[in-house]
Design a protein around this ligand. Structure first.
Ligand code: UT7
Length: 336
């Protein structure tokens, strides 16, 4: 039987550490409010003067992941790049990353699935690999939020949450009879809630797509009905957990570590409570990185491996919910 395994992982954070205290220079907020409502203490942002795009962060993370996998760029059959903050409106950042890796013909697919970009990317890569359409896939989740946030008091509910960063995983097939690799995935979307979390412009349904008036109104910035998204996440995450476990034919107790999207510490604590999970079974790092959207799950995964929390034989569940609204879960077991 052919399964999909993760051969190497890597992460990269820009150097500018922005604390909650730094936020108080730009907007009416407090360290106490941010920590109490979100768990976040700091995040990393690209240099204020610009010049660093999401493919640059993705490149650094990819180099680390590929070195650990023992791959060279020319070994890649495909790049999947998950981001909601592409370097350019088009073409996709996967194309830019391929170019930065020195590749000239390798296919590159961008995924615009926001917080679940890594989950959609992993399920897609698994399908390509198991069907034999590709052998070696580089999956990247990366974001540069900081250049697109309203850091005045008007945008404070959103601006304090988001961090920049990137993480990458290398995926390849393995021939085995063992129950391992990507065990099951469940993906969902409900566009009726699109306006609960969105950035309006540039909008192809408007002509022009972006105008001075739109800029004045802040239409280029993300807006969120935070309470609604919060409630929806707390309902959907336990549901999709049960769904993916059923698909894999495994009990909840088979999962060694849950790696949820890092959107809000309180959401993940509510998930743990609803599932009656002990604290050590749910991984958190939002305190240090904020919400890095498509990067958040692979970033936490890479960190958990490095810390030795998971390794050979461990079973991990990746799960999350975000803009779209999209949500999903993927179960992965390291080969023993
Ligand atoms: O990754 C994508 C998915 N996103 C999520 O899952 C996010 C889900 N939602 C959340 O994380 C939370 O809803 C937030 C952290 C965004 C907001 O927390 P909340 O407890 O839902 O607060 P709220 O939006 O209901 O606002 C409560 C109060 C308001 O003031 P009033 O109306 O009570 O006077 C806000 O104006 O807090 C105020 N507020 C702030 N105060 C200080 C909002 N943002 C801030 C801020 N600093 N940064």
């Amino acid at each position: 039987m052919q399964i999909t395994v993760i051969k190497g992982t890597g992460r990269y954070l820009p150097h500018r550490c922005v604390t909650n205290q730094d936020m108080t220079r730009w907007m009416e907020t407090t360290d106490e409010w941010i920590q109490q409502r979100t768990g976040i203490e700091q995040r990393y942002w690209v240099p204020e003067e610009g010049g660093v795009g999401v493919s640059d962060l993705g490149l650094e993370a990819s180099r680390i992941a590929m070195a650990r996998a023992g791959w060279k760029p020319e070994d890649l059959d495909m790049i999947i790049f998950a981001t909601l903050s592409p370097d350019l409106f088009f073409p996709g950042s996967g194309c830019l990353l391929a170019h930065k890796l020195g590749l000239t013909t390798t296919p590159a697919l961008d995924i615009r699935q926001q917080c679940t970009g890594f989950l959609y990317g992993l399920a897609t890569a698994d399908a390509y690999i198991r069907s034999g359409l590709a052998k070696r896939i580089l999956l990247v989740g990366a974001e540069v939020h900081s250049t697109g946030l309203d850091i005045s008091t008007r945008g404070r509910d959103v601006a304090v949450i988001f961090g920049d960063g990137a993480a990458a995983v290398c995926l390849e097939p393995m021939e085995t009879d063992a129950k391992a690799g990507v065990l099951a995935s469940c993906l969902h979307a409900d566009g009726s809630l699109a306006e609960s979390l969105m950035a309006y412009a540039p909008a192809s349904r408007d002509n022009p797509r972006i105008s001075e008036q739109m800029l004045r109104e802040g239409k280029q910035y993300p807006v969120m009905d935070g309470r609604n998204i919060f409630k929806y996440a707390v309902r959907r995450l336990p549901e999709v957990t049960a769904e993916v476990l059923k698909k894999a034919g495994l009990p909840l107790s088979a999962v060694d570590l849950f790696i949820p999207h890092q959107a809000n510490l309180r959401i993940n604590q509510a998930f743990a409570k609803a599932m009656e999970l002990p604290d050590e079974k749910v991984y958190h790092n939002i305190q240090r990185y904020g919400n890095t959207t498509a990067a958040s799950i692979p970033l936490a995964f890479d960190e958990a491996i490095e810390k030795g929390v998971i390794g050979a034989g461990s079973t991990v569940m990746f799960l999350g919910l975000g803009a779209g609204v999209t949500w999903g879960a993927v179960l992965y077991r390291f080969p023993g």
